[in-house]
Ligand binder design. Structure first.
Ligand code: ADP
Length: 502
């Protein structure tokens, strides 16, 4: 009280034993001031801590818990348990000043029991109010919470894992489909990959990119195939041209030779025929001599025919060119060969659709066509099967007219094919073939700017064809005079120049 009067400030006493109550007490002393604010006295309030203890004890706390009030010197002022025993005891573990005491701490109390403390500072004292729950009780209380939290955490982890697994499954499904599409392309199958459902945008974009890439690859592949095919065709064309050049050169050389031979043979042959005709006029000849002369005449006639063919082979032109309707040529060939073909049970079909005319020599073109048909007939007859089929086709091809003769004979062997148009090439028996028909035909067609050739056909036989250009008659030079150029007259062979065209 003296201190209050002297300082004029409120004072909290140390722990004392109440004079009246005999119980642990604290005196709270406050100054009393007059109107002039002078300290004129002091008033003290005794705080019976036993009542406080009763209050602390009534707080519902778990078994073994304790509520303690300590003063600034860490002396126990009030305690909910065993108050009589510990009041006034100094708690050694409380740090000084008590304001430094942490809000929560775990330590052994004055009774030696380890507790989990929650601390609060009462400013007035200052006093420290602590609520301690035994750590074992706290742990027992917290355990279910831990278990619940653990269960919640485990459930959450499991849920996350399930979602992740499901997502990974979707992802791996999408990737698997992409992988199989890649493998399909790697195996050379460039057909468009099917668009499947994918779990996210990135995979969808990847799939789109992949489909585009496959389409580009397919296009590139097709372009490459196309290029390779073009190159193959060009190579074939080049090889065919090379073969033609070689053949033409060979034919030209043979043409020069043949022309010379024909020229040399024609004069003695004419002389023989003339002499034979003179001899024939002698009426006194014996029959066997007359027979011999007839034989000489026949053989000389044959020789003249061969020379005539040779002359055609090497000549530049055998007659005046004119507008020729190849339909007329076909009609005449049919008329000429029909009877013979019927006799061999060979059916002759005609398919004519060409409307335009060509500019050539009718007889020569007829000769070429006739040669094709006779060769076709002979090839069928050579099989010995006594029936067959020949088709003559005539149609327009651009600015050309094309004539084809198809047969169902044995066809031409690959070894014979390159020799077909060479003079004297024949596979027929002696006396039946001269090997000049196709080479003469070659010369004729080439002389009119056309082309001639052979290919195999679907019947397994041969197809021989020629194409002649349709020429505007206005652009054709006037026909040369026909005097002395008759094809029946072998004499002009002697005057004809040899052309390197063949
Ligand atoms: P030739 O008929 O006198 O033998 P060609 O020049 O007309 O002479 O024919 C030459 C060769 O071409 C023939 O011997 C034959 O081997 C072959 N040939 C021609 N036409 C045909 C055909 N339609 N089928 C099979 N081979 C053919």
């Amino acid at each position: 009280m003296k201190q209050v009067v002297a300082t004029g400030k409120p004072v909290v006493s140390d722990l004392i034993t109440g004079v009246l109550s005999g119980k642990p007490t604290i005196i709270l002393a406050y100054p009393v001031r007059d109107p002039a604010d002078r300290v004129v006295g002091a008033v003290g309030i005794g705080l019976n801590l036993a009542r406080l203890q009763t209050l602390f004890s009534s707080i519902p706390l778990p078994e073994g818990s304790v509520v303690t009030l300590t003063d600034a010197q860490s002396r126990v002022l009030a305690r909910s348990r065993e108050a009589e025993r510990y009041i006034g005891t100094v708690v050694q573990s409380t740090p000084s000043p008590i304001r430094d005491v942490p809000a929560t701490q775990t330590l052994a109390g004055v009774d030696g029991i380890r507790r989990f403390f929650g601390n609060a500072i009462v400013d007035r004292g200052p006093w420290l109010l602590s609520v301690g729950i035994p750590t074992s009780v706290a742990a027992a209380r917290i355990a279910p919470l831990w278990r619940r939290n653990l269960a919640i955490s485990l459930s959450a982890i499991a849920a996350i894992m399930i979602v992740s697994l499901w997502f990974a499954h979707l992802l791996s499904g999408g990737l698997g489909r992409l992988r199989s599409s890649v493998r399909q392309i790697a195996d050379g199958d460039l057909s468009p990959p099917s668009k499947s459902k994918v779990p996210n945008l990135e995979l969808a974009q990847l799939q789109d990119g992949f489909i585009t890439m496959a389409a580009n690859l397919r296009e590139a592949h097709q372009a490459l195939d196309h290029q390779i095919e073009q190159e193959r065709r060009m190579r074939e064309t080049l090889q065919s041209l090379q073969r033609q050049v070689v053949r033409q050169e060979r034919l030209a050389a043979v043409g020069v030779l043949v022309s010379g031979v024909a020229h040399e043979l024609n004069n003695p042959l004419q002389a023989i025929l003339g002499t034979v005709e003179l001899l024939e006029r002698d009426n006194g000849l014996r029959p066997e001599v007359r027979e011999e002369i007839a034989f000489i005449k026949t053989q000389s006639g044959r020789a003249r025919e061969i020379i005539r063919n040779l002359s055609r082979f090497s000549s530049q032109q055998t007659g005046p060119p004119a507008l020729v309707d190849l339909r007329d040529v076909v009609a005449e060939v049919v008329q000429l060969r029909q009877r013979d073909l019927d006799a061999s049970s060979i059916v002759l079909e005609v398919d004519v659709s060409a409307l335009r005319k060509v500019y050539a020599n009718f007889t020569e073109v007829e000769q070429v066509t006739l040669n094709f048909v006779i060769n076709a007939q002979q090839s069928i007859e050579a099989t010995g099967r006594n029936r067959g089929r020949i088709l003559i086709k005539l149609f327009d091809v651009g600015k050309k007219v094309r004539l084809e003769v198809h047969d169902d004979g044995p066809g031409v062997t690959p070894e014979d094919e390159p020799k077909l148009f060479q003079p004297f090439f024949t596979t027929k028996p002696v006396g039946k073939g001269t090997g000049l028909g196709l080479s003469v035909s070659y010369g004729i067609i080439e002389s009119y700017g056309g082309s001639i050739g052979h290919r195999g056909n679907d019947w397994g036989g041969a197809t021989f064809f020629f194409e002649l250009p349709i020429i505007d008659p206005a652009s054709v030079p006037p026909a040369p005079s026909s005097s002395g150029t008759s094809t029946d007259d072998p004499a002009p062979v002697l005057q004809r120049s040899i052309s390197p065209r063949i």
